[in-house]
Design a protein around this ligand. Structure first.
Ligand code: ADP
Length: 360
């Protein structure tokens, strides 16, 4: 008898540990040098097979020169979109089993966030980012299950700019501000007034995301690269019905291209720039606080501190699964942004920060 109790207890602890480990995944991706950008000296000294990363500050000598980090995975500059996606795919599949999944791209402007999430402008299939590949998978898996389950897949896409939420999928490009429901909804729908678009094929999705990107760009010409100062959120809502039992399930997938994380020089920024910078700082640190609280299993999770975390409330924490792509520009000129990005990543990954790990 006792023996079994001990076994059960061990199993419970093991499961808890697994869950803790599995809650927040952090994948680091380093973009390649781009032709014609004058970049040539890399800060990335070492990439290990198990998520190890070492960056160096070339202008320093001695023991402070090198810093070591460890994440769930590190993708080097030569990694392909397909490789990156293959490690993301299990999360996507779980959406069809009724899970909520959030995938973020975090990093300074120009570090490859949009590349990872969407792909380059006018991408061919090979260059597709996570968005298109995820939806493609959702379609093909739901097709495979059609003898036992019927799925409905719908898409919303919004932008959060200066703490205001805007629908990116209105074909008239109208700018109506949207409200967020601040309590957790069973169906995970946090922005009920954003337009909902049923999708059944990849071409539906390509068309929709194209509208969204164009609407995002409209703001950009008016506000000067606004897209790097706003968050865009593609929300995929999946409803499944079991044909035999009649049981229903809801799954959600949020794909979030975050605003650029670069610090704005306070002494130079004024007016709109300063206001944008303050909003971005606030929402990125609110996001960090929420993920950190979840990773630490804190009883209070501060969702209310930003529109972004309110919007994602029912998809962060609880049974939800979170993945953050931490994007890096390898050039030495980005060294200090790279370090602050990696520190943010280290904090949200729930790994203890400590002298033993920080440098050797
Ligand atoms: P961000 O969204 O972080 O501002 P982008 O995704 O727009 O950055 O990337 C900046 C530039 O670098 C773009 O021209 C993009 O096509 C290119 N780029 C980013 N990541 C890669 C990559 N892994 N391979 C090739 N080009 C990339």
């Amino acid at each position: 008898g006792d023996y079994h109790i001990v076994l059960a207890e061990n199993r419970r602890m093991f499961n808890e540990l697994q869950e803790l480990k599995g809650n927040i995944r952090v994948y680091c991706r380093i973009r390649p040098f781009l032709p014609g950008h004058g970049e040539k000296h890399t800060t990335v000294e070492y990439i290990g097979e198990h998520g190890e990363l070492a960056v160096v500050n070339p202008s320093k000598q001695g023991k402070d020169r090198r810093r070591n980090f460890k994440f769930n995975k590190v993708f080097g500059p030569d990694s392909t979109q397909a490789e990156v996606y293959s490690d993301t795919q299990p999360l996507i599949r779980s959406v069809l089993d009724g899970y909520s999944v959030c995938i973020f791209a975090y990093g300074q402007t120009g570090s490859g966030k949009t590349y990872t999430m969407t792909g380059p402008n006018g991408a061919s299939e090979e260059d597709w980012g996570v968005n298109y590949r995820a939806l493609n998978d959702l379609f093909s898996i739901s097709q495979n299950r059609r003898d036992s389950l019927i799925y409905e897949i719908q898409v919303q896409m919004v932008e959060i700019y200066n703490e205001q939420v805007r629908d990116l999928l209105l074909s008239d490009g109208s700018q109506k501000k949207l409200g967020i429901i601040s309590t957790v909804q069973p169906n995970g729908l946090a922005v009920p007034d954003a337009s909902m678009h049923p999708v059944t094929s990849t071409s539906d999705v390509l068309e929709l995301i194209d509208v969204g990107l164009k609407n995002r760009a409209v703001g950009a010409t008016a506000m000067n690269e606004r897209s790097s100062r706003s968050h865009s959120v593609v929300s995929i809502h999946v409803r499944g019905k079991d044909l035999h039992s009649g049981a229903a399930l809801h799954g959600n997938l949020h794909l979030v291209d975050l605003a650029g994380s670069e610090r704005v020089d306070r002494s130079e920024a004024t007016g709109d720039r300063l206001r944008e910078a303050q909003h971005i700082n606030k929402s990125l640190s609110a996001l960090g606080d929420v993920i950190f609280a979840l990773a630490q299993k804190n009883s209070h999770v501060p969702y209310r501190n930003s529109k972004l975390t309110q919007l994602l409330q029912s998809s962060l924490g609880g049974q939800a699964k979170t993945l953050m792509f931490v994007q890096l520009n390898p050039d030495v000129s980005s060294y200090s942004e790279t370090i602050s990005t990696l520190k943010f990543a280290e904090r949200v990954s729930g790994v203890e920060l400590g002298a033993a790990r920080s440098s050797k």
